[in-house]
Design a protein around this ligand. Structure first.
Ligand SMILES: Cc1ncc(COP(=O)(O)O)c(C=O)c1O
Length: 384
């Protein structure tokens, strides 16, 4: 699959072109040399594969980015401290408990490097966010994938069986990517009570801000348990719209944070990311607005699947894992040929595709392209 650089940026700009923040992001994009303004519609690629906020960051965040161009010629120096303190205040924890990373992916890598070398084992769900297993394999750890249960939640009893030695780390993605589904809070608490004392647990809350009120959910940062083995990870790449600026963080015990931070790439977090994240964290109105827009757009997506007698896993995120009844490779390829990129193939669930909830225009195009799928596939889809 090849997407030209130009097409790639066109796609992002198109995705960002609707909604409250659209004009600000649009203006910034248009001001850039070689911007998308001359692209014809047929050149546009719609990215429904990255689970980012289709409107991009808030106007206040864009203003900070626009007002600090001189920062790009500076190494990060004293900037990390204030952000760490701000995150700590935001979550009512001590600054020593916060570890920042070059995207939350770096935190996952730090955790793998901290706890898995020396022939240890990582326990995680299948399917879940793939890179975690990749980081574990880089340390030559054993990886024990445990299929999700029938409700698409982590099968924590089965995972518990896997936590005997040499298990050292459990990864729980909640809500889970690629399914968008929740694992109930109470089940995770029970799991922690039974877990061997030397096994760490990383809870990835990348999509936390999209969950909304649910009796089955409470963040392990906002409602912590008194357990030094728990590391909770968040990112600025999703609802905050800052995926390209690469910033994530973990909240853990101070001891664990020291261990994780020692594995961070020196000056690896970029300076504009730090400034933008600080502004983003302050802009809770924008988070609320993005949550609402996503919830409405996701509901509209369900309406469209209902009309077509399709099903999906109930999502608490900004993407939907949709059961097409067709081999996903065919569906993904069909959309790619029509300039829409869907989430990657999930071999364990090969009749599902992961679709990021995009702008209204993106989704209209998604359903138009869905209707173009090859003859005969409609029956296959609706009969599954
Ligand atoms: C569950 C989950 N965790 C972590 C990440 C990584 O996010 P980032 O490295 O951009 O912070 C993603 C990105 O898609 C994700 O879906």
């Amino acid at each position: 699959m090849h997407i030209s650089r130009r097409k790639f940026f066109c796609g992002i700009a198109v995705g960002a072109a609707a909604g409250a923040a659209a004009s600000d992001l649009e203006e910034l994009v248009q001001a850039a040399p070689g911007s998308r303004s001359s692209a014809s519609p047929s050149e546009k690629t719609i990215r429904l594969d990255m689970n980012v906020n289709p409107d991009g960051p808030s106007p206040r965040v864009l203003k900070v980015i626009r007002e600090n161009p001189e920062m790009v010629n500076k190494y990060p120096d004293g900037e990390y401290g204030p952000l760490v303190e701000q995150i700590a205040r935001f979550h009512k924890v001590r600054p020593g408990q916060v570890t920042i990373g070059d995207g939350s992916r770096e935190i996952l890598r730090m955790a793998a490097n901290a706890y898995l070398p020396g022939g240890k084992k990582l326990v995680l769900a299948s399917p879940t966010f793939e890179p975690m297993a990749g980081f574990a394999k880089q340390t030559e750890a054993e990886v024990a994938p445990v299929p999700l249960n029938k409700r698409f939640a982590h099968d924590l009893d089965a995972m518990l069986h896997q936590t005997t030695a040499p298990a050292a780390l459990v990864y729980i993605c909640n809500p889970n990517n690629p399914t968008g589904s929740l694992t109930p809070r109470k089940d995770i608490e029970d799991f922690l009570k039974k877990l061997p004392p030397n096994v760490m647990v990383l809870i990835d809350e990348a999509y936390h801000e999209y969950v909304g009120p649910s009796s089955d959910y409470a963040s392990f940062i906002d409602h912590p348990v008194d357990d030094k083995r728990v590391i909770v990870v968040r990112t600025f790449s999703k609802i905050y719209g800052l995926a390209g600026l690469r910033l994530g963080y973990a909240v853990s015990s101070e001891e664990v944070s020291l261990k994780l931070s020692s594995l961070r790439l020196e000056r690896g977090v970029n300076i504009l990311g730090v400034l933008a994240a600080a502004a983003a964290l302050d802009d809770s109105d924008y988070v609320r607005l993005s949550f609402k827009k996503n919830a409405d757009a996701r509901q509209e997506f369900y309406n469209q699947t209902n009309v077509r007698m399709l099903r999906q896993v109930d999502s608490l995120t900004n993407f939907v894992f949709m059961k097409t009844g067709l081999p996903s490779s065919q569906v993904i390829e069909h959309f790619r040929r029509n300039n829409i990129i869907l989430g990657p193939l999930v071999p364990q669930m090969d009749r599902y595709v992961r679709v990021t909830v995009g702008t209204r225009e993106d989704m209209r195009e998604f359903w138009r392209v869905w209707e173009l799928r090859p003859a005969g596939s409609h029956n296959m889809a609706s009969n599954q």
